[in-house]
Design a protein around this ligand. Structure first.
Ligand code: SF4
Length: 170
């Protein structure tokens, strides 16, 4: 079997594309939540911030890409603010579907809110944004992970609990 090429540092184009999908999800989610009021928008943004912070302090510090440019550029960001962790811990972590629920909620909460608002007060722009949110979450993230991020990841070869979890699904 042909061995996949992997990157020591990912090219800028991949980092840009990977982040573009996440940023678009956050922006669309924020716009939908804002329809409920400013306080809900602030809570939603805090929730996103917590998820990002949790990732760079708990996972990126133990990752092979700590201090390097990973597919999302977070290995580099993590090394600026936090001390290197233990790479063995990364491989030995056990991940279940429960662990990815908080991440999933970043899309699911605005999607559900968007559908409720649409039922009460239909609006084509909002409908388009809810559809786009679903496409980016399921298709966009899937393409980024399978074709750009995980495909060329050295951590995947060493051992990645998220990758193992997604492979179980196949
Ligand atoms: S295999 Fe995918 S999920 Fe795992 S560390 Fe690499 S890019 Fe991240």
């Amino acid at each position: 079997m042909k061995k996949e090429k992997n990157f020591e540092n990912y090219p800028v184009g991949i980092v840009f594309s990977s982040n573009l999908v996440s940023i678009l999800i956050y922006l669309i989610g924020a716009f939908i939540i804002y329809q409920l009021g400013l306080i809900w928008l602030i809570l939603y943004l805090i929730f996103i911030g917590i998820q990002e912070f949790r990732l760079i302090i708990r996972h990126c510090t133990d990752c092979y890409y700590y201090g390097k440019t990973c597919a999302f550029g977070k290995g580099m960001i993590s090394s600026i603010f936090f001390k290197k962790g233990n790479p063995k811990k990364f491989c030995n972590k056990q991940m279940t579907w429960k662990d990815i629920i908080p991440n999933f909620l970043i899309s699911l909460i605005p999607a559900i809110m968007g559908i409720i608002i649409l039922i009460r007060n239909f609006n084509w722009t909002l409908l388009a944004l809810v559809i786009l949110l679903f496409i980016l979450t399921f298709f966009g993230n899937g393409v980024i992970r399978s074709q750009l991020a995980c495909k060329y990841c050295r951590q995947r070869e060493i051992g990645c609990p998220a990758q193992k979890l997604f492979e179980k699904r196949k």
